[in-house]
Design a protein. Structure first.
Length: 229
């Protein structure tokens, strides 16, 4: 059997949109030499599939079949992560506003979630991963070695989203209200709502820089590694 102290960690980073999860998870993974798995990208790819096939975001049975029949791949490249849908690079397309809303809507369905969670477990089970999403610490890896719940004041999260999406020329008010609606849906859905796991370390990044958040998480990683020796 492998010496458990040599096994690489499973790190879960959950939190609402705009809290900075993606940037932090990707930087942390690069520093540790781990794989960064962005679970939201899988829900986004499924939403895009529904848009392309003109399927309803509310039709659970069709969405599940689409998830089973399509190939959603998270690929790591030197330039960062790529998301492929049936072999096509959709990394940029899935960040657009219609897909963001669709992802939040397709992810309310328990059977869709069950399928996604099973795939995410397969991808992360060997360790050496920083997986980010909404339910990683509560459902996907309830035994993760480190769970971080990254939060920030809603106004700050809205501002960060505005800064990211300004290039798209979208109206500020629309972006803010879409973020609020997505937040509400993610937190109040019946199946695995966005929630900090009981044993998660909650980090409020409202007044923290990206480097400060990263340093704090690195300290937590170090503590976990030391505790295991
Ligand atoms: O992290 P993100 O913004 O790319 O996620 C898009 C949507 O997918 C989000 O609104 C809710 C859903 N999601 C989820 O339900 N569970 C996850 N683990 C990740 C994302």
């Amino acid at each position: 059997m492998t010496d458990p102290s040599l096994r690489k960690l499973i790190i879960a980073i959950d939190g609402p949109a705009g809290a900075g999860k993606s940037t932090i998870a990707s930087r942390l993974a690069r520093k540790l030499g781990y794989v960064n798995l962005e679970s939201g990208a899988m829900y986004r790819a499924l939403a895009l599939c529904a848009i392309e096939w003109d399927a309803s975001f509310d039709d659970e049975a069709t969405l599940l079949k689409m998830a089973q029949d399509s190939r959603i791949t998270l690929e790591r490249t030197i330039g960062g992560n790529r998301v492929l849908l049936d072999g096509k690079d959709v990394s940029a397309r899935i960040r657009e506003r219609d897909v963001s809303e669709g992802a939040s809507r397709v992810s309310v369905h328990p059977k869709v979630r069950e399928w996604m969670v099973a795939r995410q477990r397969e991808m992360g089970i060997g360790g050496g991963v920083v997986m980010e999403g909404r339910d990683i610490g509560t459902k996907v890896f309830p035994d993760a070695d480190l769970k971080v719940f990254l939060d920030a004041d809603p106004l700050v999260r809205e501002q960060r989203r505005l800064d990211q999406q300004r290039v798209e020329g979208a109206p500020a008010q629309a972006i803010a209200s879409e973020l609020r609606e997505r937040d509400r849906r993610d937190r109040t859905r019946a199946a695995s709502p966005l929630l900090a796991a009981e044993d998660a370390v909650v980090l409020d990044s409202t007044h923290m820089s990206e480097d400060e958040v990263l340093n704090r998480i690195e300290e937590l990683v170090e503590q976990r590694l030391v505790a295991r020796r």
